[in-house]
Ligand binder design. Sequence first.
Ligand code: GSH
Length: 315
Amino acid sequence: MKFETNEKGEFKRTSSSFRDVIEKGGKFPPEIGRYHLYVSYACPWAHRTLITRVLKGLTGIITISVVHWKMDDKGWRFATSNSEFPGATVDNLYGFRRLSEIYFKADPHYNGRFTVPVLWDKKLETIVNNESSEIIRILNTAFNDLIDTEHSKIDIYPEDLHSEIDSLNSWIYDNVNNGVYKAGFATTQSAYEEAATNVFKYLDKIENILEGRHQKKQSYLLGDVLTEADIRLFTTAIRFDVVYVQHFKCNIGMIRFNYPHIHKWMRNLYWNHEAFRSTTKFDHIKFHYTKSHPGINPLGITPLGPLPNILPLDG
Ligand SMILES: N[C@@H](CCC(=O)N[C@@H](CS)C(=O)NCC(=O)O)C(=O)O
């Protein structure tokens, strides 16, 4: 797979191209069973949508297909059968072999990247949205009339916290979520050093925030409520020690040894929240990165450690 870098060897991520919403009275109205998510358990952006789907009680409303962890020069493929690899599925809607076929079904002239996640409309047979940050906001509100109150009252983007969430999201995305990719896909020593150093500068900043929360006996980035900012940081944090440290060379420190408050926050989400634990598949994560980037790891050998993938709550 070729990734985009500029003349300085810096990684640049292309933006998503389908940006519709699900809303009452709109082109895509909320309906039980109408929408489908194409996801990967390996991908941190798709992982956001998987967590939100479980957290909001939408597993009976939105169906899913999960690509195989191996991404090659033609992009993602589906499993050849539902028993090829635990968790990976065939394309449950069309029996396609490749995710690219889904994009071409939506738009025969599509010329962007074939990324996960994809929110698909079974009725109009097209892509509603392929930008994870927008998909999780759709899942947060669009189906609230169709689910029980226990789930409809969960709000990962509460009105009074909009500006704080937006601000956290913005610098955490640039410097951490996408920051690890900038380090990993840098093609010059200087671009790598700058990106990797920057990741740790911002992990230090997050550690300080979470230390403050801990002193106030609060469990989440913004206090007592779990928000999308936690979801978005979690999908990077949970991959950090097991993949980004060695594969993306972000090895100035590890969450488990150097960031006690991030570590505690992450283990709380993983061990105490089913939505986080049940959607985290370490085998997909480890195999995907280490066996899908021949430019970074030509032999595709997956390192065994660190073990365990995540320490116990009080470990
Ligand atoms: N902006 C997108 C990014 C999604 C993305 O880059 N997904 C990666 C997997 S982690 C992908 O599918 N890459 C395939 C490719 O770039 O060809 C989002 O957040 O939804």
